[in-house]
Design a protein around this ligand. Structure first.
Ligand SMILES: Cc1cc2nc3c(=O)[nH]c(=O)nc-3n(C[C@H](O)[C@H](O)[C@H](O)COP(=O)(O)OP(=O)(O)OC[C@H]3O[C@@H](n4cnc5c(N)ncnc54)[C@H](O)[C@@H]3O)c2cc1C
Ligand code: FES
Length: 531
C-alpha cells in the first residue's frame, strides 16, 4: 500500500491517515494571527462551510476574517468523499413526514441551488478542481425492499426533483446489484481541497483575510470579541463553522450525534469506470439509527489510473466496539464489498476515516445560534456537507444582510421537531450518550502498561481514568481520560491515533491536544500510573 503514512505534524487533517485529497494538493497556509484585529464578521473554520460563508459575505460587501486552527481544509472537508448531491442521506419520504411536503420541497430546492452555486463559483473564479456533473444512483441494500424506492420516487417527484426509476442493469460499471434503482440526474463531484484553495484565493482577492494556525476561543464572545492566539478579534457578527460548534455547551449537542465513516480508495485503469455517484439505501438492521450505507465515486488520478473511492461502515464515534469490530478492522469489510461490486478495482492506495454529525431530525442546522442574536452556526451536515456547507453561504449571508429567504425556517438551529421518528432517534441517541458514563466503572483496557505497543494507547484505572499513550520510542505519556466538555471517558481510536469522546464527538491527538469540539481545551497531563 502506498501513500498511507501517518501525518506527523498533526495539522493537515483531523486524523493521521493521509487522504487522496491531502496527498495531491498543497493546502493553503496564510499568516498566523499576531495582533488584535477588527472586522464586520468573524468566521471560525476554513472548511467548505466557513470559506463559502466568508466568500458570499465578502461578495455582499462585508469585511470578513476567517480564523482557522490548522490549514485550509484541515477538518472533515479534507477527509470527505465530496459527492455533491441533492439526493440526501435521509429519504425525502421521511423529510415530508417530519417537515411536511413544503419542507421536503425546500430541502430539494436548496440543495439543488447549492450544487448550482458550486458550479457558478467554479466557473466565475476559474477554479481548476475537477468539477464534473454526474448522475447519481440509489439502489437497494440487501436488507431493504422495493417499497422504500417506490416511496422515494413519489416523494422526490413531490419535492420537485426529476428522478426516474430504472433497473440495476441501467447503472454504469457496477456489478452484483439487482432490482430497481432510483436515478438522480445532475449531481456533481470535485476535488474538495482544490476547490477550497480556489475559494480561499477568491475570498482574499475580494479583500478577505484568512489566518491559519490560529485557534479561536469563543468563551469571550458574550463580551463582543473572540480570543485567538491570545489576541482580540472584534466583530459585530460571528459565524461558527467548526463542524461541531465550539461555542455551544449543550443545546446543539443533544440535537445531533457524531459518527465515524470509513473510506478506501482503489486504483482503476483510466476510463475503465464511467463517472457516477452510487449509493445503497443503507443497512436497515443496523444498530445505529443512521443506517450506514455504501457510497462510491471515481476521481481522475494520473495518465494511467483513476481512483475509485468507496465509503461506509459507519459507527457512533468512540463506540466501534458495539458491533465488535474495531476501527481499523472496518476497511476489510469495505474492501470485500468493493471487489464484489467493482471487479475492476485494483490496489488499495489510500484509506482513512472521518467524523460526520447526524441530526436527530434528518436535516442540518444553519442559522442563528439558539439564544444569541449575532452568532450563527452551521452544523449537522450528515453526509451532505458539500451542499449543506455551500447552502450556509447563501443562508447566513441573507440573514446577516437582512434578505428574506424561504429556506431559513427549515434549517433554523432552534427548531424542535416533535414527530415520532425524530423522537425515537433522540431517545436512542441520548440513551447511548448517557450509558457512556458507565465507562468509569469498566476495567482498564490493559492489565499492564507494558502491553501497550509503541504508537498505541489505552485507557487505564478505575474509577480514575487515565489515557496513556506510548510513543514510538517506547516512552509513556499520560493525560486525564475525562473529556473537558461534559466529563465522559474518551476512547482510543487506534486507526486515526486519536482519543475520541463517545458522547458528543470531541477528539484529541495522541498528545492530548484538542482536534475538534465541543471541547475547547486539551486533555490535561497527569502522572503516568504505576500499572
Ligand atoms: C468520510 C466522510 C465522507 C463524507 N462524504 C461526503 C460526501 O460525499 N458528500 C458530502 O456532501 N459530504 C460528505 N461528508 C461530510 C462533509 O465532508 C462534512 O460535512 C463537511 O466537510 C464539513 O465541512 P465544515 O466546513 O462544516 O467543517 P470542517 O471541514 O471540519 O471545517 C471546520 C474547520 O474548523 C476548524 N476549527 C475547529 N475548531 C477551531 C477553533 N477552535 N479555532 C479555529 N478553527 C477551528 C477546523 O480545523 C476545520 O478546518 C463526508 C464526511 C466524511 C468524514
Ligand atoms: S464531547 Fe461531550 S463529554 Fe466529550
Amino acid at each position: 500500500m502506498e501513500n498511507n503514512q501517518p501525518n506527523a505534524d498533526g495539522v493537515k487533517t483531523s486524523g493521521t491517515h493521509i487522504t487522496c485529497w491531502t496527498d495531491t494538493v498543497q493546502q493553503r497556509e496564510f499568516e498566523t494571527l499576531n495582533q488584535d484585529i477588527k472586522a464586520d464578521v468573524t468566521v471560525i473554520g476554513a472548511g467548505i462551510a466557513g470559506l463559502t460563508v466568508a466568500y458570499c459575505l465578502a461578495k455582499a460587501g462585508k469585511q470578513v476574517v476567517v480564523l482557522e486552527d490548522g490549514l485550509v481544509g484541515s477538518g472533515e472537508t479534507g477527509r470527505t468523499t465530496a459527492h455533491i448531491a441533492n439526493a440526501l442521506d435521509d429519504r425525502y419520504s421521511e423529510l415530508a413526514e417530519l417537515f411536511g411536503e413544503e419542507g421536503a420541497r425546500h430541502a430539494a430546492e436548496s440543495h439543488t441551488a447549492a450544487i448550482d452555486l458550486v458550479e457558478k463559483i467554479v466557473t466565475e473564479e476559474h477554479i481548476d478542481c475537477d468539477f464534473k456533473r454526474v448522475d447519481g444512483y440509489l439502489f437497494l441494500h440487501p436488507s431493504d425492499d422495493k417499497k422504500s424506492l417506490d416511496e422515494e420516487l413519489e416523494a422526490t417527484h413531490k419535492a420537485g426533483l426529476q428522478t426516474a426509476m430504472l433497473d440495476a442493469s441501467d447503472m454504469p460499471s457496477i456489478a452484483a446489484v439487482d432490482g430497481p434503482v432510483l436515478k438522480f440526474p445532475q449531481q456533481a463531484q470535485f476535488h474538495p481541497l482544490k476547490y477550497l484553495n480556489g475559494l480561499a484565493d477568491a475570498f482574499t482577492r475580494l479583500g478577505g483575510k484568512i489566518y491559519t494556525k490560529t485557534h479561536a476561543n469563543t468563551k469571550t464572545m458574550k463580551d463582543g470579541y473572540i480570543e485567538a492566539n491570545d489576541h482580540k478579534v472584534t466583530a459585530e457578527y460571528t459565524v461558527v463553522a467548526t463542524n461541531s460548534p465550539i461555542n455551544d455547551w449543550a443545546a446543539m449537542h443533544t440535537k445531533q450525534s457524531p459518527y465515524r465513516s470509513y473510506v478506501i480508495v482503489a486504483k482503476v485503469p483510466k476510463d475503465a469506470i464511467t463517472p457516477a455517484l452510487w449509493w445503497d439505501t443503507g443497512d436497515q438492521d443496523s444498530v445505529w439509527p443512521s443506517m450506514p450505507y455504501n457510497y462510491v465515486r471515481t476521481q481522475p488520478f494520473n495518465e494511467q489510473y483513476d481512483l475509485l473511492i468507496h465509503g461506509g461502515a459507519d459507527h457512533k464515534t468512540g463506540q466501534a466496539n458495539k458491533e465488535e469490530e474495531l476501527e481499523e478492522d472496518r476497511y476489510q469489510r469495505l474492501e470485500s464489498w468493493l471487489r464484489k461490486h467493482f471487479p475492476q478495482a485494483g490496489e488499495i492506495v489510500y484509506r482513512w476515516s472521518g467524523q460526520v454529525m447526524e441530526p436527530v431530525d434528518d436535516l442540518g442546522f444553519i442559522g442563528k445560534n439558539p439564544g444569541d442574536e449575532k452568532v450563527y452556526i452551521v452544523t449537522g451536515d450528515s453526509g451532505n456537507g458539500m451542499t449543506h456547507g455551500t447552502l450556509a453561504g447563501i443562508l447566513i449571508t441573507d440573514l446577516i444582510t437582512g434578505v428574506e429567504n424561504p429556506w431559513t425556517k427549515l434549517y433554523d438551529p432552534g427548531r424542535i421537531t416533535l414527530k415520532m421518528t425524530s423522537l425515537k432517534t433522540f431517545v436512542h441517541e441520548q440513551y447511548s450518550t448517557l450509558s457512556q458514563y458507565v465507562d468509569f466503572l469498566l476495567p482498564s483496557d490493559v492489565e499492564s502498561l507494558q502491553q501497550i505497543k509503541p504508537g498505541e494507547a489505552a485507557i487505564v484505572g478505575r474509577p480514575n481514568k487515565v489515557a496513556v499513550y506510548r510513543d514510538d520510542a517506547g516512552a509513556f505519556h499520560a493525560y486525564t481520560a475525562i473529556c473537558p466538555h461534559m466529563g465522559c471517558v474518551v476512547q482510543w481510536n487506534n486507526d486515526e491515533k486519536s482519543f475520541d469522546c463517545p458522547c458528543h464527538g470531541s477528539r484529541f491527538t495522541c498528545e492530548g491536544k484538542v482536534i475538534n469540539g465541543p471541547a475547547l481545551s486539551d486533555l490535561a497531563p497527569v502522572e503516568t500510573p504505576k500499572q
